[in-house]
Design a protein. Structure first.
Length: 265
């Protein structure tokens, strides 16, 4: 399963483009509707899906995803339901890699071993927990590895060279998520030249021996194209979440627009 996720980045690299990573919140606007929306995103050109697990205190997320999580929780969405959604997507023939994305508290309550087993059985490829630092990541990495899955580490603009070097302890993760800005998701779109130093991405790539995807604040096709020129992957979340209420076609249309922009020379 980890191989499938790395394979998505390898395939994009062979095609001389960055991989499009699409984040959507499970359960928004309802559990059933969100499955249709994720399927539409996958079929419209997303190379990787990050399926957000609703949590009551999403400290890394901005207003768009906070509101989506509130709606999802009100609609009855849970971690178990998100894993069931992965299984349903696989039953529908959706083959793109799926990263279960969220906060560690629901996994801790569920049990890391039980979570890893059920995620693998459902057809997930990896897990990303935004609030589990590298010093504590092993308690999730070990059960994930036992079931063929892997954690996705994050690196921030404030991460030191010594901290980046610790990525080597993870034995080549499927990819590294680089947070483009100091702040929360959905911040104002970047303008002008990309504010991420390509040399820093190269340092992260070398330390982790893995591709690097850039996220936070990337909302438009122009934003995606700009970051695609320097990164191995581009993560778009809030802009897609904002379209969820309009349904699968609206989300699929934006995914297709982003993918097309990232494929231009």
């Amino acid at each position: 399963m980890t191989a499938r996720l790395r394979g998505a980045f390898d395939r994009a690299a062979r095609e001389r483009r960055a991989a499009l990573v699409a984040y959507l919140t499970f359960g928004d606007p309802s559990p059933a509707a969100s499955i249709d929306i994720v399927e539409a995103a996958a079929r419209a050109g997303a190379d990787v899906i990050e399926l957000g697990v609703p949590f009551s205190d999403p400290s890394a997320d901005g207003p768009s995803i906070q509101r989506a999580m509130e709606r999802a929780l009100a609609a009855g969405a849970t971690l178990a339901g998100a894993l069931d959604a992965v299984a349903e997507l696989r039953r529908r023939g959706v083959s793109v890699p799926i990263v279960v994305f969220g906060y560690y508290h629901p996994i801790f309550v569920y049990g890391a071993d039980a979570f890893a087993a059920r995620a693998a059985a459902a057809g997930a490829d990896a897990a990303l927990t935004v609030d589990l630092p590298i010093e504590e990541l092993d308690e999730l990495a070990r059960p994930l590895a036992a079931h063929g899955l892997a954690p996705i580490p994050l690196v921030a603009p404030t991460s030191t060279p010594a901290r980046i070097a610790r990525l080597g302890e993870l034995r080549s993760p499927p990819f590294v998520y680089y947070i483009a800005v100091v702040g929360v998701t959905g911040v104002a779109p970047h303008s002008g030249a990309a504010p991420v130093d390509p040399a820093r991405l190269a340092q992260i790539r070398e330390a982790a021996r893995a591709p690097v995807a850039v996220g936070f604040g990337i909302r438009t096709a122009a934003d995606a194209a700009r970051f695609a020129a320097i990164a191995d992957g581009v993560v778009v979340g809030s802009a897609l979440v904002d379209r969820a209420a309009a349904g699968p076609d609206a989300v699929g249309a934006l995914v297709a627009e982003l993918a097309a922009a990232m494929r231009r020379p």
